[in-house]
Write a protein that binds this ligand. Structure first.
Ligand code: Q9C
Ligand code: ZN
Length: 682
């Protein structure tokens, strides 16, 4: 797999600007790029990326999406007077032209294609293009909503043509509906378009009926257009995560994209004057991290909207940090989607049941969302109601007051969540010295802890645990790695143990002794732990093959029966449907993953589990492996370092039995772990 992150930026794209007074357009300013680039420099992210130059997109490339008539109109604006420019602009909704617009719009297209080429050629693994003017509203024959050429749509057509791609995923997390992209690919099953957007029952721009959840695509493209309409403002981190867990990610894993293009608008972030949403910058790092598990990591993010300068620039920086595979900050806020978000999610899932196997056993029906609709209609012209009701704008505050409030909030918020990166990413302690050489080179091999120290440490909780020689050796290895994680000298680690259950028990006790408040322990395979769990400091999940005798689940002890055939890649269904939502609801400080005997997940499943959970707990993960196959150790070590992503091969739908098991668990636990909610019923 390729490595490295491309950054494409050129300040020439700041010359496109509004020359007259137009309140509908005055937020799309050159400072959007300048401020963002400055912030990237401040965080030293520019130095860590691969600089790729921009170029102009060619006429031929532009005509992959746009008509020659429209191209001529845009060309003609180069030589116009201000008055003429204003007149052309008026032909479109929320658009302005400047004499440099044509040049900049060609650079925006070319920058996007340079990014696609860098990723597809393997020069880098992923990247971001910071461009203006944006693209996702623009259509075959029309500019629209600040957009002149549809950069991302052109990139998708280009990638299909130049690289023969058959499946491209476009994720549009901008707060507006990229109706331009929807129109272009409506009938095209090779491009899966996902967009969430402020909708408010069609009361929000662009005010289109076809932005609703029931626009699923047309003809052969049915099922390949996914709209998540937000019917309230104030949607935040948990709402966005829920849409990923329960709509986008399962479908995307089933789709198996070869390339991901992100219409990366940040007006869906906190403080945006257009979006009025509430997602904080680190949310975008988590969204990016999820998408990096698909398409062998080939991801191209292309700037769309984002009009609060600080929110925009911090969010772009968080996206770049995720692309660079830095450990992510913990996501903030209460992890519970609001009712209106769950309604939207339920409706999209219901609308897509006929098209996706991962939804086929759902009996979801669209609901007439009474909780928002009637209310919305009455309040249409009054104060906006907001999803989580904490971000309502107080009467009498102005937009500038709001913007300054967000500036101040973000200033302290970023200080709170950012943390120094441990100098080493992954440490390992294996039993056979020979095995150490077979691990990825970046893995730091640890020596065991001194025996006296170990005995002193363990005797604090249970002297009897330390008996035979092999137990001592396993514990010495485990503590050596765990201590480094706790001291933040390494991020994560892997230890081999011939007595995984004892190693895990000691590891947990050592964690609590060190003052950790929430430890998530996931046991893959058949294994029992002798440990009390009532105070919420430990959440234990067991994925095992053996059928549980009776109803044994409780909030902090969850067991999931899962059987996976050797050649069937179905585990993502369990990981996305249960494990990830519960883990995000819990927000652990550290994660212990134990791979025991008789394991119920294949290597791909284990790899996916580790890769996805790395977004939590600042990547503090200890993996305890009972199995001593070197292949498994390599898989785990590779997932921890993040040097490659699992290859799922052919998707197999989970058996009806497994799906029902998951649904049952979800119903049982969704009151306790709110990120499990994807339907408003029972
Ligand atoms: N009364 C992007 O974020 N608002 N475009 C128009 C008309 C237009 C947003 C309001 C918002 C366009 C790329
Ligand atoms: Zn937007």
């Amino acid at each position: 797999m390729a490595s490295g992150t491309a950054l494409i930026y050129d300040d020439e794209m700041t010359s496109h600007k509004l020359l007259w007074d137009d309140p509908a357009c005055n937020i799309e300013v050159p400072e959007r790029l300048l401020t963002t680039y400055e912030q990237l420099k401040l965080y030293h992210l520019v130095d860590r990326c691969v600089r790729v130059p921009v170029r102009e997109g060619t006429e031929e490339e532009i005509m992959l999406v746009h008509s020659s008539e429209y191209l001529e109109v845009v060309q003609s604006t180069q030589a116009m007077t201000e008055e003429e420019l204003q007149r052309v602009s008026e032909n479109y909704d929320a658009v302005y032209f400047h004499p440099s617009t044509y040049h900049c719009a060609k650079l925006a297209v070319g920058a996007t294609l340079q990014l696609v080429d860098s990723v597809m050629s393997g020069k880098v693994c992923n990247g971001i293009a910071l461009v203006r003017p944006p693209g996702h509203h623009s259509q075959r024959n029309a500019a629209n909503g600040f957009c002149v050429f549809n950069n991302v749509a052109i990139a998708a057509q280009y990638a299909k043509k130049r690289y023969g791609l058959q499946r491209i995923l476009i994720v549009d997390w901008d707060v507006h509906h990229g109706q331009g992209i929807q129109y272009i690919f409506e009938e095209d099953p090779s491009v899966l378009y996902f967009s969430w957007h402020r909708y408010e029952h069609q009361q929000f721009w662009p005010l289109l009926r076809e932005s609703d959840y029931d626009a699923v695509g047309q003809g052969k493209g049915k099922g390949f257009n996914i709209n998540v309409p937000w019917n309230k403002v104030g949607m935040g981190n948990s709402d966005y995560l829920a849409a990923f867990f329960h709509v986008l990610l399962p479908v995307a894993f089933e789709f198996v994209p070869e390339l991901i293009l992100v219409s990366s608008g940040y007006d869906s972030g906190i403080g945006d004057p257009e979006g009025h949403m509430d997602a904080t910058p680190e949310c975008f790092a988590h969204l990016t991290h999820f998408l990096m598990q698909l398409a062998d990591g080939r991801l191209c993010a292309v700037l769309e909207g984002g009009y609060h300068l600080k929110s925009l620039s911090e969010s772009v920086c968080m996206t770049v940090k995720a692309l660079l595979r830095d450990p992510l900050p913990q996501i903030s806020g209460e992890m519970a989607p609001c009712l209106s978000a769950v309604e939207s999610i339920q409706n999209v899932r219901a609308a897509h049941i006929p098209y996706w196997k991962c939804l086929m056993y759902e009996e979801e029906t669209p609901i007439e969302d009474v909780s928002t609709k009637s209310q919305q209609m009455m309040e249409a012209q009054l104060v906006q109601t907001s999803a989580h009701s904490t971000v309502e704008q107080a009467a009498g505050t102005t937009n500038t007051d709001e913007a300054i409030k967000t500036d101040k909030f973000l200033e302290s918020h970023m200080k709170r969540i950012l943390f120094p990166m441990p100098p080493v990413k992954t440490a390992a302690a294996v039993i056979s010295k020979a095995d150490a050489h077979l691990l990825p080179v970046s893995v730091q091999v640890e020596n065991e802890m001194n025996e006296q120290e170990l005995k002193a440490l363990v005797s604090r909780f249970d002297a009897e645990l330390v008996g035979e020689e092999k137990v001592i050796v396993s514990l010495q290895k485990m503590v050596a790695v765990l201590d480094k994680i706790l001291m933040k000298a390494v991020c994560n680690g892997i230890v081999e143990s011939s007595v995984a259950s004892v190693s895990t028990t000691v590891a947990l006790k050592h964690c609590f002794d060190s003052g950790l408040q929430r430890v998530l322990c996931i046991i893959v395979g058949d294994m029992d732990l002798e440990i009390d769990l009532d105070d919420g400091k430990l959440l234990l999940m067991n994925i095992c093959q053996k059928q549980q005798t009776e109803e044994t689940n409780s909030k902090y002890r969850i067991s999931l029966n899962w059987k996976e055939g050797a050649e069937r890649n179905t585990s993502f269904y369990a990981v996305l449907g249960i494990i990830l939502p519960v883990a995000y609801s819990y927000q652990p400080d550290l994660i212990i993953i134990v791979i025991g005997p008789n394991r119920s997940l294949g290597e791909n499943g284990i790899s996916l589990l580790i890769s996805l959970l790395k977004g939590l707990a600042e990547s503090r993960i200890l993996v305890v492996v009972q199995d001593t196959e070197i292949k498994l150790l390599q898989t785990v070590a590779t997932a921890l370092t993040g040097v490659s992503t699992p290859d799922f091969g052919v998707y197999a739908p989970a058996s009806q039995e497994s799906v029902l098991e998951i649904k049952q668990l979800r119903r049982q636990l969704k009151k306790e772990w709110k990120m499990l909610q994807c339907s408003v019923r029972d």
